[in-house]
Design a protein around this ligand. Structure first.
Ligand code: F6R
Length: 609
């Protein structure tokens, strides 16, 4: 949600900042801006995509070797040029870029205006620039002025600040919104996420909440907000620049869907012990004893990660025998979560930065529960704040609509079910059976992806629809929810996902010949029941797109269109069934001329509540 990039070094800053913004564009793309500093401060803003900013900047590259830049996903104030970051103070010599929300900005703004400050935007961020201005006017240097300003604000922030009065410095700080510092040779980088700077360095330092850093020509210094020096470890990123690029595909979303066989392999690598019918999860080793004793698991997550949690619920209850509840992280702390020392709270998050999921983890920790994570982004806040966890190893996911991360989350839930199941009642033969079948998953997914042209043809036939239902039962109910979410996110078609049995309790009233239904009806233990639901829809003139098991010939008779997926264990079917729905949404989106990587109103990582 919003992207920050900054550079100080020996090279011209502007091209590095623009390259970083392009890489961050998936985080927010409604306006952008850049501030270059030397004896003066030059700030340029544009609304719309980064290309608009490039047009405004023109072809000449300024000599400045220090600057900050931002791509925005609007929270306070519409996405106009005036509201684009960087924001300046009254003197025009200080510039701030900010991710997060200053909750007390209204009162701060009233106070600052009463003291004569003039605001040029409607943003919460601008208050920071004026607070820093006041502190510098009172004689403080930039670093200590930033500290003074931050003491006044309530809310969340990841910020980077420059000043023409101290042009050889970038001050950065973090509270609740990620900031990473990149270390190169004679140059330093800052970014809200490492994909912006991976082309320049793999050595990064993740700031923790309450920390700030000063980046200068002589190096960097990390400290707490009250100026105590903090010693930080440098992390070496294990993914490459290429991982974060499109690799010749028209969209990140397509590239990431096509990567899924490899992603599943990576999620399982070194973790499946087929001989002993179990899973080896190194990240849970330290808490294995406590996990043996848990009597309840609460999954907290948002969006697609929440649906992966619902898949996990079916798997874990059936195979590990542990009662599971899946909670929307955004609601978790508004209820009174009843957690005991024998409850484990498991956060599922691709980014590891989702504000609501993080808040749920903190609430659970406060109540003494064991906290666990299924997280993709290594070193992210949720990964660091949970007691233990399992990384997805899906690589960076850039497409806004989650695909490969979702599949890897479901894969990790299958591993977890085997691991926890074998700690309990699961037999060796059952463990072996699941592990063997899991090993086949990458090839099975690859087969579905190879058939994508047929799915494209079906998707194109439905691209003009204004509404759609997605139905599934048992393991496939969450996939119906996920399929509907994918379609609405990237094609702007109204889509609803329902557990198939719910249809006749109300939604069926909407069915007519113009309202198609995508039904997940693999040949599993609930096939006959879902089949009846299909007849109920057909009886009302509704069109059916069936996703069913290869060899199910009768599906041709009861459906308008059929997509086949291979046979696997029922518990693993959701992993296969999700793939055609991703492809369906993707091709509907592209055939409508929408850019699926940058759907309107969305941002990749939701770091505000
Ligand atoms: C949907 C999607 C979102 C995310 C949700 C959680 O395609 O991507 O619904 O799943 O915002 O994000 P993470 O997993 O980063 O916590």
């Amino acid at each position: 949600m919003c992207g920050i990039v900054g550079y100080i070094g020996t090279r011209k800053a502007q091209p590095i900042l623009l390259d970083g913004l392009h890489r961050l564009e998936y985080r927010g793309y409604d306006s952008s801006g850049v501030a270059l500093v030397d004896a003066t401060l030059a700030v340029t803003h544009a609304s719309g995509r980064i290309s608009e900013l490039e047009t405004k900047l023109g072809g000449t590259v300024p000599a400045s070797t220090c600057g900050i830049a931002h791509t925005r996903w609007a929270t306070h104030g519409p996405p106009t040029e005036a509201n684009a970051h960087p924001h300046r103070d009254c003197t025009g010599r200080i510039a701030v870029v900010h991710n997060g929300i200053i909750e007390n900005y209204a009162e701060l703004r009233t106070e600052l205006e009463a003291r004569g400050h003039t605001f040029t935007s409607e943003t919460d961020t601008e208050t920071l620039a004026h607070l820093i201005e006041e502190a510098m006017k009172a004689g403080k240097g930039l670093t200590s002025a930033v500290q003074t300003a931050l003491r006044r604000v309530r809310g969340t922030y990841g910020i980077a600040v420059v000043s023409a009065d101290q042009p050889d410095k970038i001050v950065i700080a973090r509270l609740g919104s990620p900031i990473v510092l990149g270390i190169g040779d004679d140059e330093l980088f800052v970014a809200s996420d490492a994909s912006a700077i991976i082309g320049h360095t793999r050595d990064v330092i993740y700031l923790d909440d309450g920390e700030m850093a000063v980046l200068g020509r002589e190096g960097h210094r990390v400290m707490s907000h009250d100026a105590k020096v903090v010693t930080k470890e440098t992390t070496e990123l294990d993914w490459s620049d290429e991982d974060a690029q499109k690799g010749g595909h028209p969209h990140f979303m397509l590239k990431e869907m096509l990567e899924q066989p490899e992603v599943i392999r990576n999620s399982m690598r070194g973790r499946l012990n087929v001989e002993e019918g179990t899973a080896v999860l190194g990240g849970l080793r330290d808490v294995a004893g406590r996990l043996r004793d848990i009597d309840r698991l609460v999954v907290v997550a948002c969006g697609s990660a929440y649906y992966a949690g619902l898949v996990g619920e079916y798997m874990l209850e059936e195979y590990a025998g542990i009662p599971v509840e899946v909670e929307l992280a955004s609601e978790f702390r508004y209820r009174k979560p009843l957690l005991t020392k024998r409850t484990a709270v498991l956060a599922v998050s691709q980014s590891g930065e989702t504000a609501d999921t993080l808040a749920a983890v903190r609430e659970a920790k406060m109540k003494g529960a064991l906290t666990l994570g299924i997280v993709n982004a290594v070193g992210s806040t949720i990964a660091r704040e949970t007691d233990a966890g399992v990384y997805n190893h899906a690589g960076p996911e850039i497409g806004v609509a989650s695909t490969k991360a979702f599949l890897s989350q479901c894969t990790v839930f299958a591993l977890l079910s085997v691991f926890l199941g074998r700690q309990r009642q699961m037999s060796l033969s059952m463990g072996k059976r699941i592990a063997e079948e899991m090993r086949r998953l990458p090839d099975l997914v690859a087969g579905i992806l190879e058939g994508r042209d047929a799915i494209r043809a079906i998707a194109e036939r439905y691209a003009a629809t204004t509404d759609a239902f997605f139905l599934g039962r048992k393991y496939c109910a969450p996939i119906a929810f996920e399929g509907a979410l994918k379609l609405k996110e990237i094609s702007y078609i109204h889509a609803e996902g329902y557990a198939a049995g719910e249809m006749k309790h109300g939604p069926i009233a909407l069915i007519d010949a113009t309202f198609p239904t995508v039904v997940l009806c693999p040949k599993d233990s609930v096939y006959e029941k879902t089949r009846s639901n299909i007849e109920e829809i057909r009886a009302r003139g509704g069109k059916i797109v069936a996703v069913t098991t290869e060899g199910n010939e009768e599906a041709q008779r009861f459906s308008d269109d059929v997509i086949y997926i291979p046979k696997t264990l029922e518990m693993l079917t959701p992993i296969l069934a999700a793939v055609p729905l991703q492809l369906f949404a993707y091709y509907v989106s592209t055939s409508k001329g929408i850019d699926p990587d940058k759907p309107r109103n969305l941002a990749k990582s939701v770091t505000v509540e």
